[in-house]
Design a protein around this ligand. Structure first.
Ligand SMILES: Cc1cc2nc3c(=O)[nH]c(=O)nc-3n(C[C@H](O)[C@H](O)[C@H](O)COP(=O)(O)OP(=O)(O)OC[C@H]3O[C@@H](n4cnc5c(N)ncnc54)[C@H](O)[C@@H]3O)c2cc1C
Length: 415
């Protein structure tokens, strides 16, 4: 039984934190709920940052996850623009940068992650006005201000965020180079056929995609306020007006580790989103958990994961335990291509294509034996629903039938 004077404090007012706070209230948390985040804005959708918001077709209003009134009606106290700097688990107290501290009965970590930094900080590029990482609204506002027709943009990292930025930028008339250290773009997450497809699309749009390119250092202008060129290991020098680096994410786990929670590249949680302290739950990009689907520990960076885990954490807090083992899924929008992915492809031994990349609409199935580990669907939204079931229910398939467009995909599902 939760008493009405018990306080739930959520650290991190992002996708997971906002959902967790609202769901905890809906699930019957009777006491105070504090949603504390270090960004000044109302909790917002992060995916449009590299898509519609960067393109100027979404506004801060449309980005907000929920209206301010929703938090007010739910009695959720927003503590925005404040950073939590320490958690005292013994005293059950949270300390903010610049005080005062708040006592909690239950605590939730939803601290997300931050951009992985390039190991080139010594060059001073990180402090230059035209060098950017992309994680927050404030980052995109700064980038957008430099999106000027003809400007030379160098994007470091050919992952989803980098490629989405490239797609928006080239459409806006920037001269775009993408530098990818691996031999192909999207190499961590997709098969060579899918990488090749995206590389072709970007090149056709005018993006200069360079793979196998390691950034060595940056040249700065005389007063060191701007990066004037990116210098690669092979000696290539790319003059630039703007640099955006997107080379991955580091989970924000230091606060949890400092207060003694179990952490291993993610705050460790069980299927009920509980951390190693029974009074503390965690959700979203900052967590790592055992996936029953893949029988290994995973850490995901996706909105569906953040939301589902947040709902699970809220249920745990309100005594309605619900197990979490969502099927991982993700999406990416580039040009007029809707890529939706489900599952994790690591360990696949066969790739089956259905449809044709040349036609701009296809599915790539990652099989291990006859089991479908993961599927990428490009402009095939109806197939995605079937793909989700094939992956989530570990349905075994005949690869020949999977490839055969004459066989309806749905017919591969059990009757
Ligand atoms: C540009 C971009 C595009 C993306 N596109 C997609 C997409 O298309 N599809 C998809 O599924 N996912 C996408 N993602 C990933 C998705 O946005 C994340 O998985 C999701 O936001 C995770 O939610 P979260 O609540 O765990 O973390 P976040 O949304 O990062 O929220 C964590 C919050 O906690 C705050 N915080 C951290 N530490 C503290 C502290 N000590 N005190 C106070 N506050 C703190 C952070 O500043 C942040 O506001 C994208 C991400 C980015 C950056």
């Amino acid at each position: 039984m939760i008493e009405s004077d018990e306080v739930l404090t959520v650290i991190g007012a992002g996708q997971a934190g906002a959902e967790l706070a609202v769901q905890a209230r809906e699930g019957g948390w009777p006491g105070r709920i504090l949603l504390a985040g270090d960004e000044p804005d109302l909790p917002y959708h992060r995916p449009p940052l590299s898509k519609a918001y960067l393109a100027g077709t979404a506004t801060t209003e449309t980005l907000a996850l929920k209206a301010r009134a929703t938090y007010e009606h739910a009695g959720i106290e927003l503590v925005l623009g404040r950073r939590v700097v320490a958690v005292d688990r013994k005293a059950r107290r949270v300390e903010f940068d610049g005080g005062p501290s708040i006592d909690y009965s239950r605590l939730a970590f939803a601290t997300g992650g931050r951009p992985r930094r390039l190991p080139t900080a010594a060059s001073g590029a990180d402090r230059a006005a035209n060098f950017h990482y992309l994680r927050t609204l404030a980052d995109v506002d700064r980038i957008r201000a430099r999106f000027i027709d003809g400007a030379r943009l160098v994007i470091i990292g050919g992952g989803y965020v980098g490629l989405e930025v490239a797609a928006v930028a080239v459409k806006q008339g920037l001269q775009v180079v993408v530098l990818e250290a691996a031999e192909r773009i999207l190499s961590r997450v997709t098969a060579p056929a899918v990488s090749a497809f995206y590389e072709t699309v970007h090149r056709a749009a005018g993006v200069d995609v360079r793979t196998g390119m390691q950034v060595e250092t940056f040249e700065l202008n005389r007063d060191r306020s701007r990066v004037s060129a990116v210098v690669c290991r092979d000696g290539e020098r790319l003059a630039c007006d703007l640099v955006v680096a997107g080379i991955g994410l580091v989970p924000n786990t230091e606060l949890a580790a400092d207060c003694g929670l179990a952490v291993d590249d993610g705050i460790l949680v069980d299927a009920a989103a509980r951390t190693s302290d029974p009074h503390i739950v965690a959700a979203g990009d900052c967590t790592r958990y055992h996936s029953a689907l893949y029988d290994r520990s995973i850490r995901l960076e996706s909105v569906p994961n953040a939301l589902e885990q947040a709902r699970c954490a809220a249920a745990t807090l309100t005594g309605q335990e619900r197990r979490f083992d969502g099927v991982p899924w993700f999406w990416s929008d580039q040009y007029d291509l809707k890529l939706k992915m489900v599952g994790l492809s690591q360990g696949y031994d066969q790739l089956v294509l259905r449809g044709s990349p040349d036609a701009g609409a296809f599915c790539a199935f990652y099989l291990k034996g006859r089991r479908v580990l993961a599927v990428d669907t490009v402009n095939r939204v109806p197939d995605f629903m079937v793909a989700k079931r094939l992956v989530g229910e570990r349905i075994e398939v005949d690869p020949d039938r999977l490839a055969d467009e004459a066989v309806p995909l749905k017919s591969l599902l059990p009757a």
